[in-house]
Design a protein around this ligand. Structure first.
Ligand code: NAD
Length: 338
């Protein structure tokens, strides 16, 4: 068993911690919490050990949180750390991990140079043995899951990507303005995708005030042959992607996840909106919805497996799919929106 801890128990950390607990090769030693909020008490209730900064033990205990030790003790006893801290904080944490000689998985809010940029579908084998892996961001993960299977079959000349980003997560008290659309020309997403897969790409990102999902579109220009709509169904049928024919709003997808009784409404995969498919000349246009809170969870698990060489790519991705029930979720979504 590989002893793992999660440093930062927020939107991503709590989901990754749950997934680690379901994995037969991983043992969750505990999570590091930095504020004595409801999440700390829910972790207590669910039997997850909670570790806090040494100077905060008394504050947590005074709020009724059961503390199992200090963050330093947790990091020391772990073989592998999943850093799910806020954007850019992982960089500082990395100094501690490096002093303690611990392997770590970081998140997409860190700069690309923090570690090997990882997507299970695209480069699982290259992550093997790496001390530091960065699971790329939610949108980049979505693009990678689409682009790698396409790039294996066709020659991609260029990808123009347009992102409509959710302004906040449901649990956030921060986020976008209520009455404005913000945009970033030449957004970082194209470079981020290129940190995983060598593809010519440009991107622009718009941020809008809602919490459901990122809605991404891409115009993929091919050299030579290009996929038809039928080819797209065939290419993605066994990927971590749900192909929806009839969805027309993000609310429908979220409400379906709620009705299916999925914990935290997590579907772990992008929904390819097949009614947006268009084809012209050498290009194909596609849109997909990214469930920002959950899409990177499978990649976090596969990253730990890859860097510790615990399974091969196929075994790892299948096992992760199973513990998260992803094939069943995909089948149900595709049936409901058939
Ligand atoms: P979050 O704010 O929900 O959670 C971060 C947690 O880290 C909080 O609980 C905070 O208390 C804790 N923390 C504070 N100081 C810390 C420290 N020094 N070390 C460790 N943890 C500390 O953030 P999040 O949305 O879970 O994002 C975490 C990372 O995942 C970021 O890099 C983000 O860019 C990335 N990410 C987020 C999403 C998303 O949609 N939320 C999707 C993909 C990737």
């Amino acid at each position: 068993m590989t002893n793992v801890c999660v440093n930062g128990y927020g939107t991503i950390g709590k989901r990754v911690a749950d997934a680690i607990r379901k994995h037969s090769k991983l043992k969750l030693l505990g999570v590091a919490k930095y504020s004595p909020d409801q999440d700390a008490k829910i972790a207590n209730m669910n039997g997850i050990n909670v570790f806090v900064p040494k100077e905060s033990v008394a504050v947590f205990e005074s709020k009724g949180v059961e503390v199992n030790g200090t963050v330093d003790e947790l990091l020391e006893s772990s073989d592998n750390i999943v850093d799910a801290s806020p954007d850019d904080v992982g960089k500082k944490n990395k100094q501690v991990y490096s002093q303690k000689k611990k392997k770590a998985v970081f998140q997409g809010g860190e700069e690309a140079d923090i570690g090997f940029s990882f997507n299970a579908r695209c480069n699982f084998d290259d992550g093997k043995g790496k001390d530091y892996i960065r699971v790329v961001s939610c949108n980049t993960t979505g693009y990678c899951r689409m682009i790698c299977p396409l790039a294996e079959r066709y020659k991609i000349k260029h990808v123009f990507a347009s992102l409509i980003r959710r302004g906040a997560d449901p649990s956030d008290t921060k986020g976008s303005q209520l009455n404005s659309v913000e945009w970033k020309a030449k957004s970082h997403h194209a470079d981020d995708v290129r940190s995983v897969v060598d593809v010519p790409m440009s991107s622009v990102a718009f941020k809008i005030p809602h919490t459901h999902a990122h809605i991404n579109s891409m115009l993929v220009e091919f050299e030579g042959e290009k996929p038809s709509k039928d080819d797209i169904y065939e290419i993605f049928k066994n990927e971590r992607i749900a192909l929806l024919n009839n969805a027309t709003t993000s609310s429908q997808i979220v409400e379906t996840a709620r009705d299916l009784g999925l914990k935290r409404f997590d579907i772990f995969m992008p929904c390819l909106l097949m009614n947006t498919f268009m084809s012209n000349g050498n290009s194909v246009f596609l849109s997909f919805a990214v469930p920002q809170e959950s899409i990177v969870v499978p990649e976090n698990i596969d990253a730990i497996i890859s860097q510790n060489n615990l399974m091969n790519k196929e075994e790892s991705m299948k096992f992760t799919d199973d513990i998260l029930d992803m094939r069943n979720i995909k089948t149900q979504l595709e049936k409901i929106f058939s």
